[in-house]
Write a protein that binds this ligand. Structure first.
Ligand code: TEU
Ligand code: CA
Length: 561
C-alpha cells in the first residue's frame, strides 16, 4: 500500500473509557482524570492508538454526563481543566490520540442557555430550545421519551412545553437556530484548539426534527409512541453536518464518529460517503438490536445467520465510506455475556469474539474491561442500580403491574449498568478500583476476573487481545482488505476472507459451545495456509481442508498471493 493511502483513524484501535468507572485516584469512589492518567501505560501496553472518553464535562449527572451544564468545564468529580490538559499531553506523549464525547443534541436543563430560555418567551435564548403550546391541556404531540413517559415537559413560568427526547433534564437544542449552531461550533473549536484528536458525536442523527412535530400512531393502549420517523435522520441533518464540516472538521486532522441509532445502511451512506464531507464513520445499531424486541429491555434469542447478514451488509455496503466496529459500549450488555458464553467458555468465547471484531474492515472500538472478559452483573435490588433508563424502566413496568421477576431478569440482561460496574483491576477490596465504596457496586466476580490475573497469565484474554492487535498492525489486509463471507447460512460457524493484492486471510469462528466441522475452500487450502492465531493452545497441523473446531474456537490462516 502506498503510504499516502494510509489513514491513522482507519488503522487505529480505539479504547473506550467510561471515566466514572475506570480508576479512582483520590478515594471518593468515583473514577477520575488523574486515575486515567495512572493507567495510560496499561492501555498503551494493550496496543491502543486512540482513546474515547465518555463525557467528563460539568453535569448534574441525571444521565451520567450526557446532560451537560457547561461545555467548557470539567465535572469537579473528575478533576479540572488542568487535569484535562495534562491527560491530553500524557496521551500524546505515549503516541496515542484522544477523542471526546460531544453531546450537542441536547444540554442539561441546568445549562445557562436553558436557564435563560425558560425565563420568558422573548428571551434571547428562547429559540435555543424547542418550545410549543400544549394541545387541549395535553403535550404538543404524543412522542415518547427514550427513557419512558412523554418527550415533553410543561414549564409553568411561560406556560409552554419543551422537548426532551431523553430525560426531562436533557433538553433538545433547536438546530434551526443559526445563533445556537454558531455557539456550538465555537465550543468545538475551543476543544480542538486544546489539541484533542476528534469527537464521538452523541445521537447526532437526531438533531434535525420535522418542524411540524406530528404525532405518531400508537399501538393499542399506549399513550406515547416512538416519533423517530420525525427526528431520526431528519430533514436537515445532512445540511447541518456539512456546515459543521466546513466550519470545523475540515480545518483539523481529526477523527469523527457519529452515533446513529435506528439507521439503515441506505441512510448511513449519506453520513460517511467521503465526497459528501460529513463524518468519517458512524456507530450503527442493527447488530446490537439483534436480540431486542419491542422495548430496549425485552430480548429474544438471536441467530448467527442474522448476525452475519447484518455484518456482511455493512462490511460491503459502505463503498465510499468507512465502518466503525463495536460489540458493546456503555449502553450495552457485556460482549461475552451477550454474544459468547460467560460461564464454562468465558475465556475461549471472549477470545473468539476478539478475533471477530478485530478482524473486520473498519475501526475497532474496545470497551474497557472487555480485554479481560468482564461480564454482566445481576444486582438483586433495584436500589443498587444507578442508570436512569434502568430505574425509569423499573418504575414504569412495576406501575403497569408487570411481573417483578421478569422485570429484574430483563434488567439483569439489558441494564446499562452491566457495562458501567467499576473496572476490575485486582482481587483487593473494591477490585482495586477505589479505596472507598464505589458509586456503583463492583461485579462480585472480581476476585477471579481482573487485570492483575490477566497480566500474569500468558494465555489470558488480555494477552490474546494484545496478540490480535499486533497482528492487525502487521497484516494491513485486516484493516484495508476486502471482506468476503463464506458460509452465510450456517448457524454455528462464521467464516470469511479478507483479501488484498498481497495476501488473503481466512477467519474461522465457532460461535457455539459444541465441536463443529468446517471445510476450508480448496483454492485457499492449496496455497499452503499459515496459521496466524488461534484461541486454543494445542495447535493442530493443517493436513486436510476438513477441520474440526473446538467450542468457541477461532483461527486465522493466511496465504500469500
Ligand atoms: O445513546 C443513545 C441511545 O439512543 C441509546 O443507546 C440508548 O442509551 C439506549 O437505547 C437505551 O435506551 C446516547 C448515549 O450513548 C447514552 O449513554 C445517552 O443516555 C443518550 O445518548 C442520551 O444522551
Ligand atoms: Ca475520584
Amino acid at each position: 500500500m502506498r503510504s499516502s493511502e494510509r489513514i491513522w483513524w482507519k488503522e487505529g484501535i480505539v479504547y473506550q473509557i467510561y471515566p466514572r468507572s475506570f480508576y479512582d485516584s483520590n478515594g471518593d469512589g468515583i473514577g477520575d482524570l488523574q486515575g486515567i492518567i495512572k493507567k495510560l501505560d496499561y492501555i498503551k501496553k494493550l496496543g491502543i492508538d486512540i482513546i474515547w472518553l465518555n463525557p467528563v464535562y460539568q453535569s448534574p449527572n441525571d444521565d451520567m454526563g450526557y446532560d451537560i451544564s457547561d461545555y467548557h468545564k470539567i465535572n469537579p468529580e473528575y478533576g479540572h481543566l488542568s487535569d484535562m490538559d495534562q491527560l491530553i499531553e500524557e496521551i500524546h506523549n505515549r503516541g496515542m490520540k484522544l477523542i471526546m464525547d460531544l453531546v450537542i443534541n441536547h444540554t442539561s436543563s441546568e445549562h445557562p442557555w436553558f436557564m435563560e430560555s425558560k425565563k420568558s418567551k422573548d428571551n434571547l435564548y428562547r429559540d435555543f430550545y424547542i418550545w410549543r403550546q400544549g394541545e387541549n391541556g395535553k403535550e404538543p404531540n404524543n412522542w415518547a421519551s427514550f427513557f419512558e413517559g412523554s418527550a415533553w415537559k410543561y414549564e409553568p413560568s411561560t406556560g409552554e412545553y419543551y422537548l426532551h427526547l431523553f430525560t426531562e433534564k436533557q433538553v433538545d437544542l433547536n438546530w434551526e437556530n443559526p445563533r445556537m449552531r454558531e455557539k456550538i461550533y465555537s465550543m468545538m473549536k475551543w476543544w480542538l484548539d486544546k489539541k484533542i484528536d476528534g469527537f464521538r458525536l452523541d445521537v447526532i442523527n437526531m438533531i434535525s426534527k420535522d418542524s411540524q412535530l406530528p404525532s405518531v400512531q400508537t399501538e393499542g393502549q399506549e399513550q406515547y409512541g416512538n416519533g423517530r420517523q420525525y427526528f431520526v435522520n431528519g430533514p436537515k441533518v445532512h445540511e447541518y453536518l456539512q456546515e459543521m464540516n466546513r466550519e470545523i472538521f475540515q480545518h483539523y486532522d481529526i477523527m469523527t464518529v457519529g452515533e446513529c441509532p435506528a439507521t439503515p445502511i441506505e441512510e448511513a451512506v449519506k453520513y460517511v460517503d467521503q465526497s459528501r464531507n460529513e463524518l468519517n464513520m458512524i456507530f450503527k445499531f442493527e447488530h446490537v438490536g439483534i436480540d431486542q424486541t419491542h422495548h430496549f429491555f425485552s430480548y429474544q434469542q438471536w441467530k448467527l445467520s442474522e448476525l452475519k447478514k447484518i455484518f456482511t451488509r455493512w462490511q460491503n455496503g459502505l463503498k465510499d465510506g468507512w465502518n466503525s466496529i463495536y460489540l458493546m459500549n456503555h449502553d450495552q450488555p457485556r460482549t461475552v455475556t451477550r454474544f459468547g458464553n460467560d460461564k464454562e467458555y468465558r475465556a475461549e468465547s471472549a477470545k473468539m469474539l476478539a478475533t471477530f471484531y478485530l478482524s473486520l474492515k473498519g475501526t475497532p472500538f474496545i470497551y474497557q474491561g472487555d480485554e479481560i472478559g468482564m461480564t454482566n452483573v445481576a444486582f438483586k435490588r433495584i436500589e443498587d442500580y444507578r442508570d436512569v433508563a434502568t430505574i425509569n424502566y423499573y418504575r414504569e413496568t412495576v406501575k403497569q403491574g408487570q411481573n417483578h421477576e421478569q422485570i429484574m431478569k430483563n434488567i439483569h440482561f439489558k441494564s446499562r449498568d452491566n457495562s458501567r460496574t467499576p473496572m476490575q483491576w485486582d482481587d483487593s477490596k473494591n477490585s482495586g478500583f477505589s479505596s472507598a465504596p464505589p458509586w456503583l457496586q463492583v461485579n462480585p466476580n472480581y476476585p477471579t476476573i481482573n487485570v492483575t490475573h490477566s497480566l500474569k497469565n500468558p494465555h489470558s484474554i488480555f494477552h490474546y487481545y494484545q496478540k490480535m492487535i499486533t497482528l492487525r498492525k502487521k497484516y494491513l489486509t485486516l484493516v484495508y482488505g476486502d471482506y468476503q463471507i463464506i458460509n452465510e447460512n450456517d448457524e454455528s460457524i462464521y467464516a470469511y476472507f479478507r483479501k488484498s493484492e498481497n495476501d488473503q486471510l481466512l477467519i474461522i469462528l465457532n460461535f457455539t459451545n459444541k465441536k463443529c466441522g468446517f471445510t476450508i475452500p480448496q483454492t485457499f487450502f492449496q496455497k499452503n495456509p499459515q496459521l496466524l492465531i488461534t484461541n486454543y493452545q494445542d495447535i493442530v497441523k493443517l493436513e486436510q481442508p476438513k477441520i474440526q473446531l473446538k467450542p468457541y474456537e477461532s483461527r486465522i490462516y493466511q496465504i500469500d498471493l
